[in-house]
Design a protein around this ligand. Structure first.
Ligand code: SF4
Length: 693
């Protein structure tokens, strides 16, 4: 434990790592955190935390943190420290210059799911109102954008249906493409407690995850081949329909019956049976039939899923297929059931809620809607562009083509976290103004002209919204070490560009969000202080928030069944690349490790390793601990091998926490058909022995 003295006072705030959203008491001495104590009244964590959150302050004092704004004319030049005003003027002049030369739509920005609701709201407001276009996207593009699409289409709203407490009423938990034991540990503990009480667990994942191996938990594991989610979920539906396990009362009352009939006829086709799809999916038909029967007949069935569902070329299709399954079995609209995306980052839900997508204003309202635009135009005092803007991959393509030349990146290392690193480098290199707003000089900053130092969650006020739609306060524990909280930086940049956003405190930004967003009309800092947190929708109909959604009816009215045809990814194995790579996380690291690698705790520094099945390792002469070269059609990297039967023959697995590994050097350009979410979870690769990096 790292302590620097006895605390003088404590501040209740919210963890800034994963989407569980644990509340903590930050115990403080002067301007330094002494320790982080899980807050017993935190409604998401109820006094528990994981190792990441317990040590979530070390990086704020790390020597590599940048505290002064910096600029440079060309990326080959050294950085020059300047005042905030000079940095804002330089950035604004460049961005306006680009617009003059290339047109209004030649600039844009990316909001961060790590920042607060108020900060992401401000960035999208700056882009729409200050830049005059809708070229705003979010880092959620690369993780949960298919959730937004799939759940909106079927249920009518882009969010998980339950609160975490709901798991206490669950009889059957189905985890698809997620490993909560590593990525959402506090939720995993609550789930395991329920499993120890007798609830059943089904895990659909190419890898035997920690949830499957967990002591005292007996899981039915369906180890599917990466890329076959749709085929597996459709086969589950086939069993439910053909064995008469549909909850017809629910479907007749709550869903469109003719759409259900069309879907049921589709899934009932013999080609969708577990037996017919077994060679494709790699799943034993007996296990698949058993899983379908358990989910449909075992009482309250809840589905939890993660990026192993969304980061595929059929990510949106799988989300829809999961929603179909829940509706067909009546597992929606009460405690213990539902469809629950496990959000990777602390504020993925919030950044999406706040209008970070190029086609949607806050509250998921399409930018082309005249009445909605009128409302925003009146309050923002501007005319808004009704045309959707560019998504992140379209921004990169446009940069390479020469029509998108300036970008403001809030709190994301796009070079490390977006697919096909070579393509991102080419795009960033082509731009005339790259503004990086971050804590550290990340990999993207190598291609930046302006660096605006960011502030950590401990240095600002605001709110995060966790995976269960719970809005919680982030409270300032210490003064911003760089002199400015992130919301103030965006306001400074906007002002230099000629657009004034005069707020004195983030609570005023939340008041504006509430005035413009129907699901937030009852949200205020006063209410959050009084209740501790609220789950949206929080409005006149639900003044204390909504723990479980779709109780009396779906947000869209009738639940919508949609046929989900399996289409194989274009990323194929073959003689040159015979193995399929999929990726995940470890408990002690967070994403690309920018913070966890800079926090002084020995468990942080576990390296990324490549898990290989003994059969595949033997064929290639690879032993445990050897260096191996991992090659794909896009690139190559070098890792140490870990030989394990946690993965099936033909499948390899790694994490992506270290910049040296650069897992995204080898991922492809393929992406979800509906949302462009990259297909990180399926890459055809080859392995060969190596002498090291
Ligand atoms: Fe809780 Fe997630 Fe933070 Fe761990 S990382 S303390 S589970 S919010």
């Amino acid at each position: 434990v790292i302590e620097i003295g006895q605390p003088e006072h404590s501040v209740v705030t919210t963890c800034a790592y994963c989407g569980v959203g644990c509340a903590f008491k930050a115990e403080v001495r002067g301007e330094e955190v002494v320790r982080m104590v899980p807050y017993k009244d935190g409604k998401a964590n109820r006094g528990h935390s994981c190792v990441k959150g317990r040590f979530a302050w070390g990086y704020t004092n790390h020597k590599e943190r940048i505290l002064k704004p910096m600029i440079r004319d060309r990326i080959e030049d050294p950085w020059r420290e300047v005042s905030w005003d000079e940095a804002f003027s330089f950035a604004a002049a460049r961005m306006r210059g680009i617009q003059k030369k290339y047109g209004r739509d030649a600039i844009g920005g990316i909001t961060s799911s790590r920042c607060t609701n108020e900060e992401t709201y401000l960035v999208q407001k700056l882009i729409r109102a200050g830049f005059g276009n809708n070229n705003v996207d979010t880092c959620a593009r690369v993780c949960h954008s298919p959730t937004g699409y799939g759940l909106s289409q079927t249920f009518g709203t882009s969010a998980g249906t339950q609160d975490f407490d709901s798991v206490e009423d669950t009889d059957v938990a189905v985890i698809i493409g997620a490993n909560p034991a590593s990525a959402h540990p506090v939720f995993a503990s609550r789930l395991k407690k329920r499993l120890r009480q007798g609830a059943k667990l089904i895990v659909i994942d190419p890898r035997r995850t920690e949830m499957v191996e967990s002591p005292h938990v007996k899981a039915l594991h369906l180890p599917l081949m990466p890329g076959t989610n749709v085929a597996v979920v459709t086969a589950l539906a086939h069993v439910i329909v053909t064995e008469g396990l549909v909850n017809e009362v629910f479907v007749r009352e709550r869903c469109d019956w003719s759409e259900f009939e069309e879907w049921a006829a589709f899934v009932a086709q013999p080609k969708h049976s577990p037996e017919a799809t077994a060679i494709l999916t790699g799943v034993d038909p007996k296990d698949l039939r058993e899983a379908a029967r358990i989910y449909a007949t075992g009482g309250n069935g809840a589905i939890y899923y993660g990026l192993g569902v969304t980061e595929h070329s059929q990510g949106s299709t799988t989300v829809i297929a999961i929603a179909n399954l829940a509706m067909a079995t009546g597992n929606i609209g009460r405690s213990g059931v539902g469809v629950n995306p496990l959000r990777g980052q602390n504020n993925v839900q919030g950044s999406c809620d706040m209008g970070s997508f190029p086609h949607e204003l806050p509250g998921y309202r399409h930018i082309s809607g005249d009445a909605v635009r009128d409302q925003f135009e009146a309050l923002w005092n501007v005319k808004l562009n009704p045309e959707p803007g560019l998504r992140i991959p379209n921004m990169f393509d446009a940069a390479i083509e020469g029509s998108f030349m300036g970008i403001y990146v809030q709190g994301e290392d796009i070079l490390q976290s977006d697919p096909n690193t070579k393509h991102v480098v080419a795009a960033l290199s082509a731009m005339e103004c790259v503004i990086v707003h971050d804590l550290f000089l990340n990999e993207t900053a190598n291609y930046a002209h302006v660096f605006l130092p960011g502030s950590s969650f401990l240095e600002k006020d605001g709110t995060f919204t966790n995976a269960e739609r719970r809005i919680q306060r982030v409270r300032k524990v210490m003064s911003p070490k760089n002199g400015m909280a992130d919301w103030e930086v965006t306001i400074g940049l906007a002002k230099a560009m000629g657009y004034d956003m005069p707020y004195n405190h983030p609570s005023e930004i939340m008041d504006e969000i509430a005035a413009l967003t129907p699901t937030f009309t009852g949200v205020s800092y006063a209410k959050l202080d009084e209740l501790g947190s609220v789950q949206w929708p929080c409005n006149e109909k639900a003044p204390e928030g909504t723990p479980v959604m779709h109780i009396d009816g779906f947000v869209r009215g009738k639940g919508k069944f949609i046929v989900t045809e399996y289409v194989a990814t274009d990323e194929r194995t073959g003689p040159r690349f015979p193995l399929l790579l999929t990726t995940g996380r470890i408990l002690s690291q967070y994403n690309v490790g920018a913070q966890t690698r800079r926090t002084e705790n020995v468990v942080w520094h576990a390296e990324d390793r490549l898990e290989i099945h003994p059969h595949d390792a033997e064929q290639r002469g690879v032993r445990d601990g050897d260096w191996v070269r991992l090659t794909s059609r896009a690139g190559e990297t070098t890792l140490r091998a870990e030989i394990t039967d946690r993965v099936s023959p033909g499948v390899v697995y790694t994490t992506f926490h270290h910049p040296d590994t650069q897992a995204n050097v080898i991922t492809t350009d393929y992406s979800d058909w509906a949302t462009n979410c990259p297909e990180y979870k399926v890459t055809a690769v080859q392995i060969s022995p190596s002498n090291g990096p």
